[in-house]
Design a protein around this ligand. Structure first.
Ligand code: NAD
Length: 257
């Protein structure tokens, strides 16, 4: 069991990567606080974990709100006695996110609030809890778009993920001697609700797949496996890095036909 006796807090646990990670982390021995702004989805994830014999409790939080983030960390400590793994994974992709000229300020604000400030707030309240437990692992979900420009723009989303990478590096350096590791996880395009509702026609999906050497979307459970490694002690000498799990996308200049 790779997370035996660990307590993990996962945000965005109601769907996609977060849900698959909750299930996998629990199978590997962790007690999981399944956090989401969508209460029903979080409860379903916790129920799925328990059905398979794992330990999980659902918790409501909007990660863009300070008071909610404070509460979720307190809930992990109250329910399970400590916090060892903080997976800041919740994120949004706004349907009206576009280029700089066409993106409304409100779309920029909400995207940065959830995707970037949400990670900051998770760390702000989570780090004292990790210290209390003698250290731990923070995994922040970024994206391949933090590295690659696209002609089909989503400037707010892209900027928010760039912020996650920068924040991750600095926190890793600041907390390295406290036995707290901080890493980013950058998925490629995945077959989850977030991207499929954005690429909402077959043509848009195929347009995106042109860039993926493997020629398919990734699956949430494949990202969960990478998150598990970063969360576990197997990655004990890894901090401040970015783990790209993208089907070869960022390595490609031209992809196979
Ligand atoms: P998803 O939409 O399937 O799940 C995201 C979950 O986050 C949902 O349950 C949603 O309710 C929750 N959420 C949204 N806003 C929240 C908030 N303010 N507070 C708490 N929870 C909130 O998406 P996913 O594909 O599993 O994405 C998870 C992470 O992976 C996100 O950070 C996303 O940006 C990133 N990512 C996804 C892809 C992709 O192609 N799907 C690629 C790269 C990175």
């Amino acid at each position: 069991m790779r997370l035996k006796d660990k307590v993990a807090l996962i945000t965005g646990a109601g769907s996609g990567i977060g849900r698959q990670s909750a299930i996998l982390f629990a199978k590997e021995g962790a007690a999981v606080l399944a956090v989401d702004v969508n209460d029903q989805a979080a409860a379903e994830t916790a129920a799925l974990v328990r059905k398979e014999g794992g330990r999980a409790v659902a918790c409501h939080a909007d990660v863009s709100k300070s008071v909610d983030c404070q509460r979720m960390v307190a809930a992990a400590e109250k329910e399970f006695g400590k916090l060892n793994v903080l997976f800041n994974n919740a994120g949004i992709m706004h349907a009206k996110d576009d280029d700089a000229v066409h993106t409304e300020e409100s779309v920029w604000d909400i995207t940065l609030d959830v995707n970037a400030k949400g990670v900051f707030l998770g760390c702000k309240y989570g780090i004292p809890a990790l210290r209390h437990a003698g250290g731990g692992s923070i995994v922040n979900t970024a994206s391949f778009v933090a590295r690659m420009g696209a002609a089909t723009p989503q400037v707010a989303y892209t900027a928010s993920k760039g912020a996650v990478l920068a924040l991750t590096r600095e926190l890793a350096v600041v907390h390295a001697r406290e036995n707290i590791r901080v890493n980013a996880l950058s998925p490629g395009p995945l077959r989850t609700e977030l991207l499929m509702s954005f690429l909402n026609t077959e043509e848009k999906k195929q347009r995106r797949l042109v860039h993926v050497p493997m020629g398919r979307f990734g699956e949430a459970h494949e990202i969960a496996q990478a998150a598990l490694w970063l969360a576990s002690d197997e990655s004990s000498y890894v901090t401040g890095t970015e783990f790209l799990v993208d089907g070869g996308l960022t390595a490609a200049y031209v992809t196979p036909e």
